[in-house]
Ligand binder design. Structure first.
Ligand code: DOR
Length: 424
């Protein structure tokens, strides 16, 4: 297919109005006024064109939990959210801990996925600390990194061994940081609301202690280390220090930790791990994103079925969906409010995660793979969980209004999503 995107504002290091010609999956020309009779023209006037978003932390749930999400529904949701590459976490059933399992998963991806999918493998077999490390060497070419996401690695010696190996083979360890000995049964962050409601709560320590430990291990082993869904000001302080000292440390933040706090928690759709923290943490996260301490935004898209989520605060599983709301929420609340620029948002959603994962997918330039999304920044729309393509409707943002919804998503030069319709 040959496409001509006419009159759009291309978001790169700056914003420029130019036409884009796409042929056989590649951007072949970017110029002021391109005409090509053989191309299908897409009128982009009034819209912005961005490099496709890369979600380096999300859950597809397949295999094993197809009642929550499947490769098909999760990638449809991704395309609708402007994502062209997603990296699912290995806490499936079976856990993604061997090449055979990952190859079987990738076979299904070939037939079912609407966007690029590059998975993580777990650090330990079956995500269990009593088990051995996965064969990281055998898996390294097929996965973006290794993580036991969903649970923290409790034993420092295990993390040390994993990072030693990661450094030898130039792999990345992505860590869900949570010291279980410091949870004391807590499932929300402590504060007035948890006291009023009688919810068991936790401090920032389960996260910050493991971030500190892991940064030290990363310094000792020289391993590439990425902190998943960072949420506390103490962890930010540690990462800022690590970066100033030149360590190979990166981190991501979720839209919900940037926009909500513990006192907003109303029901199970506000329950996630790590939990919503307090106002100081939220401002520290925003500041850290703006000054580059936090590298990128990831959704931690965690779909669950409605009956699972409605079991009460204590029993409900952790997690909320995010693919179909992430960019509009950040655009509306950080860019339209003039805290950040659109160019910065595109770095957080596209450029920086691709860089961390070595995906060779930077700004939209001639010769680049045509993975892109077209954004409507002008019109306000309602977030309606019932319109989600994800099977998960578990969001605290239902009923919010936002700008910046993707209207078209293209993967390798193919239109996979266009105004509520799919072609994949
Ligand atoms: O809220 C969360 N949900 N946090 C995690 O770390 C795991 C995830 C899930 O798998 O549901």
């Amino acid at each position: 297919m040959r496409y001509l995107l006419k009159g759009g504002e291309i978001v790169g290091k700056t914003i420029l109005q130019k036409d884009i010609l796409i042929e056989e999956g590649t951007i072949v020309k970017i110029d002021n006024d391109i005409n090509d009779e053989r191309a299908t023209v897409i009128d982009c006037e009034g819209y912005h064109i961005a490099p496709g978003f890369v979600d380096m932390h999300m859950h597809l749930r397949e295999p094993g939990f197809e009642h929550k999400e499947t490769i098909k529904t999760g990638t449809l949701a991704a395309a609708r959210g402007g994502y062209t590459t997603i990296c699912p976490m290995p806490n499936t059933n079976p856990v993604m801990d061997s090449l055979e399992k990952i190859e079987a998963f990738m076979k299904k991806v070939e037939t079912d996925a609407c966007v690029n999918v590059i998975p993580y493998a777990s650090i330990t077999k079956d995500l269990k600390e009593s088990q051995e490390l996965v064969d990281m060497q055998a898996l390294n070419k097929t996965v973006v990194g290794f993580t036991n996401d969903g649970v923290g690695v409790q034993k420092a010696s295990l993390m040390y061994q994993a990072m030693q190996k990661a450094n030898q083979i130039e792999a990345m360890i992505a860590a869900h940081c949570e010291d279980e000995s410091l949870l004391f049964g807590g499932y929300v962050h402590q504060g007035l609301k948890s006291r009023q409601q009688g919810w068991e709560s936790m401090t920032a320590l389960p996260e910050s202690i493991q971030v500190a430990r892991d940064v030290l291990i990363s310094e000792e082993t020289d391993a590439r280390y990425h902190v998943c869904h960072i949420s506390t000001k103490e962890a930010i302080r540690i990462i800022r220090d690590a970066k100033q000292r030149g360590l190979k440390v990166t981190c991501e933040v979720t839209p919900h930790h940037l926009l909500l706090v513990n006192r907003d928690v109303e029901d199970e759709n506000y329950k996630m791990n790590p939990p919503l923290r307090n106002m100081d943490d939220k401002y520290a996260l925003i500041q850290a994103l703006l000054d580059g301490t936090i590298d990128c935004i990831a959704t931690d898209h965690a779909p669950h079925a409605e009956d699972e989520k409605s079991q009460g605060m204590k029993e409900a599983p952790f997690g909320i969906v995010g693919l179909e709301t992430a960019f509009p929420l950040i655009y509306t609340n950080l860019v339209r409010t003039n805290m950040a620029t659109l160019e910065q948002a595109i770095q957080w959603f596209s450029i920086n995660p691709a860089k961390i994962l070595n995906l060779n997918l930077s700004y939209l330039v001639e010769g680049r793979k045509a993975d892109l999304t077209i954004l409507d920044l002008k019109h306000k729309r309602l977030i309606d969980k019932n319109s989600f393509y994800s099977k998960g409707k578990n969001t605290p943002f239902d009923g919010w209004e936002a700008y910046g919804f993707p209207v078209l998503t293209m993967v390798k030069g193919k239109v996979v999503y266009h105004d509520q319709t799919f072609e994949c």
